[in-house]
Design a protein around this ligand. Structure first.
Ligand code: AMP
Ligand code: MG
Length: 329
């Protein structure tokens, strides 16, 4: 991407990043209605730019086959996770993306350590994996409802009041391990206000075609609002790290949330700056010999290389495919 676009994206997301080591109080520090001075009108254009950037980067990521990306999306009910995934990934090649939704753990999953099921869904190199809910549920819903912890069959000595700090530590180390081995962990929390959640719940009840999205459990969880705000604040404080920082995306305006999510992902891919592999000089020479042979097979009167004839600037100069923007110093 151009330096200008890269800077615009960096500026947009800087206020959303949780500084590693800072103590977050969600309500005090992050406004769900913030929109960075943008208007909805300008938003559509920006989202289109973001989506096409992602498509381009994903192609390079897959071709390079070195890095993978895990995008973790967390939010309260009606926070907009599904819509964000739908919009942000709308331009990318489905072969390069895998989306996993994490629900109440199955009995098979409960028979393993708590990170096991997330490990199963990690991307391969070249892939973007999206976690619709993630391992962070293990310090959110499980913390707010400790009966979930009981179901996890932990040995006696692993329970007790230190369990959350230990989980934060384990999660940070796991993400560090993934990062060091080529798998970038990107973390987005869609931050919804209590009033906007009420409005969205009502919409789900009012519109028959939205009824399936609503469950009585959602209002039960809403009653624990303050407990969730606390659990989110603790999680953000303890697990925003240099290698995998949290982004708190204001979620009351869906259009703004989608732009921010696309921007966070584009920023990460820009940092990776994946490149198409260079086949090397010898292989390139071999290709040129093969091209000559194919050209000689052209039927009488046809172009020797129909593709090159239609695209005069392609290939002929010996110049390879364009690389993305040079790294800024
Ligand atoms: P939904 O995403 O609306 O389909 O709901 C999935 C439900 O699974 C949510 O209520 C989550 O809180 C719940 N859930 C996800 N992960 C866990 C977990 N590790 N333990 C208990 N419940 C979970
Ligand atoms: Mg739900």
């Amino acid at each position: 991407m151009s330096d200008e676009t890269a800077e615009r994206i960096a500026d947009l997301i800087a206020p959303l990043r949780v500084r590693p080591g800072s103590k977050v109080d969600l309500e005090r520090d992050f406004d769900p209605r913030y929109k960075g001075g943008l208007k909805k009108r300008d938003g559509a254009e920006l989202l289109r730019t973001g989506v096409s950037l992602l498509a381009e980067y994903q192609e390079r990521l897959a071709a390079q086959d070195t890095y993978g990306v895990v995008l973790c999306l967390q939010a309260l009910d009606a926070g907009g996770k599904d819509g964000t995934i739908r919009h942000v990934m709308s331009g990318v090649n489905p072969q390069g993306v895998r989306v996993s939704s994490f629900k109440v753990p199955s009995s098979e999953e409960l028979d393993h350590d708590y990170l096991w099921r997330y490990n199963q869904r990690l991307p391969t190199r070249g892939e973007i994996a999206i976690f619709n809910r993630s391992h962070y549920e293990e310090v959110l819903v499980v913390r707010v409802h400790p009966e979930n912890l009981v179901r996890q069959k932990l040995p006696e000595g692993s329970l007790g009041p230190g369990v959350w700090d230990r989980r934060y530590r384990e999660i940070n180390r796991w993400e560090r391990y993934l990062t060091d081995n080529g798998f970038k962990v990107v973390k987005i929390f869609l931050n919804l206000s209590k009033e906007e959640q009420r409005t969205r719940f009502l919409k789900r009840i009012d519109l028959p075609e939205k009824n399936w999205k609503f469950s009585a459990a959602d209002v039960r969880e809403r009653r624990r609002w303050d407990d969730y705000q606390f659990a989110f604040s603790e999680m953000l404080s303890a697990t925003s790290t240099k290698w995998a920082p949290w982004y708190v995306v204001p979620a009351d305006r869906k259009w703004f949330a989608r732009i921010c999510a696309a921007a966070v992902l584009a920023h990460t891919l820009d940092e990776i700056d994946p490149q198409f592999p260079d086949v090397g000089d010898q292989a390139r020479q071999d290709l040129l010999v093969t091209r000559r042979a194919l050209e000689l097979e052209a039927p009488e009167g046809d172009a020797a290389d129909p593709y090159a004839e239609r695209h005069p600037s392609a290939g002929r100069t010996g110049k390879r495919h364009g690389k993305s923007r040079k790294k800024r110093g």
